[in-house]
Ligand binder design. Structure first.
Ligand SMILES: [Zn+2]
Length: 130
């Protein structure tokens, strides 16, 4: 487990490669909410699709989170805080007309990429053409 969340995590890199493989082009690590220091990991700006790749530990994955035995109160605060911020970010983005996709670290990159591709294509109105 990494002590500090990184910008270019392994699951993110794998997902980006899978998306490229599907012929999709996008921007990474983009701030979308003015005044807030929150960035989407993968962004399709023209169709307003924002994707987040969440680490199972840091973002409290419902399938894989196990609370550390040391300093449980600290970690609970920290991870519950991350969860609350994630939910708030999603709410704000949806209000601004964005579609939000959350991918988990444990998700197979190919599956996550296919999910994103379907959404991007449906929002671009080219579902049949691509
Ligand atoms: Zn997980």
């Amino acid at each position: 487990m990494q002590a500090v969340p990184r910008v270019h995590t392994k699951p993110e890199v794998a997902l980006r490669a899978a998306l490229y493989g599907l012929g999709l082009r996008f921007r990474i690590n983009v701030p979308l909410l003015p005044g807030l220091r929150r960035r989407a990991d993968i962004v399709f700006r023209s169709v307003k699709v924002a994707c987040f790749v969440h680490g199972c530990f840091w973002h409290g994955c419902p399938s894989h989170l196990c609370w550390p035995a040391r300093n449980p109160a600290y970690w609970r605060d920290k991870i519950e805080g991350n969860r609350a911020r994630d939910a708030d970010t999603t709410r704000r983005l949806r209000r601004a007309g964005w579609a939000v996709v959350v991918c988990w670290e444990h998700e197979a990159p190919g599956r996550a990429a296919a999910r994103i591709a379907r959404l991007v294509r449906s929002r671009s109105g080219l579902a049949g053409a691509l």
